[in-house]
Design a protein around this ligand. Structure first.
Ligand SMILES: [Zn+2]
Length: 322
């Protein structure tokens, strides 16, 4: 209900505009309150905090979504569309106004542009969700960055060298893009020939040559293509765009299948989930939050009421289990 209805209502607006901090917080509060209070306005104690609710079920959460991250994931889709649909009017407008280039893929590689409309600024701020997970398929080599991008299925070349200062030096000498490092002709197998790098330092040149000599790029006039490697299909989608931003829990042994299981009643699953977090409102927990009252177990009237006692160690319950 929360994920498919409540969280889905603002999706259209969120996919174009940045929500203010206050609006995001209010939406998160509405969702959080609905979890514990339902549609009616009856105050109840939130048993599990919002950050835990937003963890994945495998990490002990309920897989709810934080609106601000959902907002970024939806907006990153605009960056992706801009690269993949350069002929669209809005895309051409942005590329002319802010990128000063015919190539819309350039949004992924240019380091800075001027700030502009609210939509452009937000699109620019969210593009890291795309750029952190892209691989380049090299075509004519005009867009992908030779040292800094992952291309040809390998990690970025700059990552194999500890000292990164030389990257600036080589880029200043030769250029940033893959095409700057290719000869104009190909070999007899149709593979591009790499230029010999000459930056004055023989041992560095030797090292650089070793890193690139085995990379084989077929000759092509197509422009460089991007693949979003967080998705198996290589195509960005906002659902996975959210997942790559989601905070991961530290507990990898969470028994989520016990609680989130279609074979048991949802309310039983929810009770179990809260019990595994030891957050049920038993006598021991009520005491810690300042609600004092009789806290003996109502069945044996001997021990303090706690989740562990009521579910396992109470003699009456033991008799049931046996
Ligand atoms: Zn008992």
């Amino acid at each position: 209900m929360i994920k498919s209805v409540l969280a889905a209502i603002p999706i259209y607006n969120m996919s174009c505009f940045k929500m203010s901090f206050a609006v995001g917080k209010s939406l998160n509060n509405l969702l959080k309150n609905f979890v514990w209070e339902g549609a009616k306005d009856n105050k109840k104690i939130p048993l599990i905090n919002w950050d835990t609710l937003c963890l994945m079920k495998e990490d002990g959460g309920a897989s709810l979504r934080k609106m601000e991250l959902q907002n970024s994931a939806l907006d990153a889709k605009l960056s992706w569309k801009m690269c993949k649909e350069p002929q669209k009017i809005w895309s051409r407008l942005f590329q002319k106004k802010y990128l000063d280039s015919e190539d819309t893929n350039r949004i992924l590689t240019v380091a800075n542009t001027e700030r502009g409309s609210a939509m452009w600024n937000f699109l620019w701020d969210c593009k890291h969700i795309i750029t952190d997970h892209i691989l380049w398929q090299i075509g004519n080599g005009n867009t992908a960055l030779f040292w800094r991008d992952s291309w040809d299925g390998f990690p970025a070349l700059s990552e194999s060298f500890e000292d990164k200062r030389w990257v600036d030096m080589v880029e200043n000498c030769i250029g940033q893009h893959v095409c700057n490092y290719m000869e104009n002709q190909s070999d007899q197998n149709g593979l591009r020939i790499w230029k010999k790098i000459n930056v004055g330092n023989p041992s560095l040149c030797e090292k650089l040559w070793k890193a690139i000599k085995d990379r084989k790029i077929p000759e092509s006039v197509e422009k460089d293509n991007i693949i979003w490697c967080a998705a198996k299909s290589g195509v960005y989608n906002s659902k996975l765009g959210y997942e790559v931003q989601r905070q991961r829990g530290s507990n990898n042994t969470w028994q989520h299948k016990l609680c989130w299981n279609h074979k048991i009643l949802p309310k039983v699953g929810a009770f179990l989930w809260i019990a595994l977090h030891t957050r049920n409102l038993m006598g021991d927990r009520l005491k810690t939050i300042g609600i004092l009252g009789p806290n003996r177990c109502v069945m044996c009237r001997v021990d303090e009421e706690s989740a562990n006692h009521l579910l396992f160690s109470c003699p009456v319950v033991e008799y049931c289990w046996n």
